[in-house]
Design a binder for this molecule. Structure first.
Ligand code: SF4
Length: 242
């Protein structure tokens, strides 16, 4: 696939046309939380899996530390939360599981990109529910682009598709399974979503190109995982492999 050509196509996306498509499909978030939770796969429960870019991980480290001052049981190591200092990298992101194999000491091998970290129940670690079961994102203002643009994606090679099958398509815009589809959306909201969707497509393709350019194979030992992103090869704690 020619990532440069796809990147040019992403940069040429017309926000107004994307907004037309989003308006035509219709969408309003019902706060059901389905896009933030683990799900039932063919072989049993699967954890929530959504791609997050390295700079988004860093933003979430800051935002997560600042918005959970009491360490209220959101999973992982909350030891940073009491002071409001940034969270650890591995409390925000985990190696994308695709490509890893199960060894005697757990998953091992090389993988590409990061997924949002999950809590013990498989939900995104930033997902919270109130007593009535209404979902909320603890880092809403800093949520990654893939979350901001759910349930939409664009049909360009090299871009990531969110969880759930594509159930509707309008021009280059795809809509994925979501109970909020088909609801009225204001022009203003459709344009805001369209701008984020274009930004996501450009960022995903730049990241994909960066990964391709930065990739150098790393030999991994038992129980060792290496994640390749656009900044190079990293360990699961986000530190660079020398
Ligand atoms: S970061 Fe927020 S919006 Fe994104 S999956 Fe997690 S809880 Fe949901």
């Amino acid at each position: 696939m020619d990532l440069d050509a796809e990147l040019d196509r992403a940069r040429d996306l017309d926000v107004s046309e994307l907004a037309d498509a989003i308006e035509s499909i219709g969408f309003e978030c019902t706060r059901c939380g389905a896009c933030c939770k683990g799900y039932e796969g063919d072989d049993g429960p699967e954890p929530h899996t959504a791609t997050v870019f390295p700079d988004e991980v860093r933003a979430l480290q800051e935002a997560g530390g600042a918005t959970d001052p009491d360490g209220d049981g959101t999973g992982g190591d909350d030891s940073n939360d009491e002071s409001g200092t940034p969270m650890e990298w591995r409390d925000v992101a985990r190696p994308m599981p695709y490509g890893l194999v199960e060894g005697d000491d757990g998953p091992e091998g090389e993988t590409f990109e990061w997924a949002l970290q999950t809590s013990a129940c498989g939900d995104c670690r930033f997902y919270e529910e109130d007593d009535e079961g209404q979902g909320a994102c603890r880092v809403h203002e800093d949520r990654p682009l893939i979350c901001e643009t759910y349930p939409f994606s664009v049909a360009l090679g090299g871009t990531s598709q969110p969880m759930g099958e594509a159930v509707d398509e309008e021009g280059v815009v795809r809509a994925h399974e979501c109970e909020g589809l088909g609801r009225d959306i204001s022009r203003e909201d459709a344009e805001e979503l369209a701008r984020a969707l274009k930004e996501r497509a450009v960022r995903e393709l730049r990241e994909a190109r960066g990964v391709t350019e930065a990739y150098e194979p790393v030999e991994t030992g038992p129980g060792e995982v290496v994640v390749h992103d656009s900044e190079g090869a990293k360990r699961p704690d986000g530190t660079r492999v020398q």
